[in-house]
Design a protein around this ligand. Structure first.
Ligand code: 6GU
Length: 227
């Protein structure tokens, strides 16, 4: 999987993608992420990427020309499965979408700033608009990091224990059950007896039951009607 990201603040994307599982995915050659500084394509001496909006109103809008130049450049290197614009008015991102996107080979993510990007770029290039939730971020970079992380960890071979990604919360539309590690007793609080016994079928059904209870309590909206 190769992911290109267009941003006016590429530094924002460095750290989240340079550690832990994301770093390992890149080291193993299973994921490559390239962040492209939009300012490189900016106009004039000041490499301008934004301007006042037609019709008036506070806030700048990201101009067409630099974005088009950046996208054209990148598209010339290969076809994208999706050209994604990150925006609070996009479709809400979820695990189902992450699963689907992880099956592709090339993605382009466009991070907006200020009031967003000129509508004509959305009309001309963008194939999918995504939001990561109902709140407003200062720019698309943190959302892009969320999307790259959630997709990257689904690529086969990225997580050592292949079953691990499959048992995450949401992967089967249930929240994950509680987990414990040593010591078996801490400040008078004991690890549930069942987990210490080594009866793996019994442990498995305990976990399923816990996952179901937790989902009923916290996120009944995830359950099919009647469950
Ligand atoms: Cl993708 N971008 C911005 N700027 N804010 C958001 C978002 C995206 N998703 C939720 N809030």
């Amino acid at each position: 999987m190769h992911i290109d990201i267009i941003s006016v603040i590429p530094e924002l994307l460095e750290s989240p993608l340079s550690h832990s599982i994301m770093q390992r995915a890149q080291d193993k050659g299973l994921l490559s992420v390239a962040v492209h500084d939009l300012r490189t394509y900016g106009l004039g001496k000041h490499r301008s990427v934004d301007d006042y909006q037609f019709g008036g109103g506070a806030g700048m809008v990201m101009r067409c020309e630099p974005l088009a130049a950046a996208i054209d450049d990148l598209q010339a290197r290969g076809e994208y499965d999706e050209i994604i614009y990150l925006t609070p008015d996009g479709q809400t991102y979820d695990q189902r979408r992450a699963n689907r996107l992880s099956l592709g080979t090339r993605l382009l993510l466009i991070c907006g700033h200020y009031k967003g990007i000129d509508q004509r770029i959305r009309d001309a290039y963008v194939t999918l608009e995504l939001s990561i939730g109902d709140y407003v971020l200062s720019g698309g970079e943190l959302a892009a990091a969320v999307i790259v992380d959630s997709i990257g960890r689904l690529i086969p071979g990225v997580i050592n224990d292949e079953t691990s990604a499959l048992t995450d919360s949401f992967q089967d539309d249930l929240l994950a059950p509680p987990v414990y590690t040593r010591p078996a007793e801490w400040r008078g609080r004991k690890v549930p007896e069942i987990l210490l016994g080594g009866n793996f079928p019994a442990i498995e059904s305990w976990r399923e039951e816990q996952a179901l209870n937790r989902t009923r309590e916290r996120r009944p909206d995830l359950l099919p009607p009647g469950e």
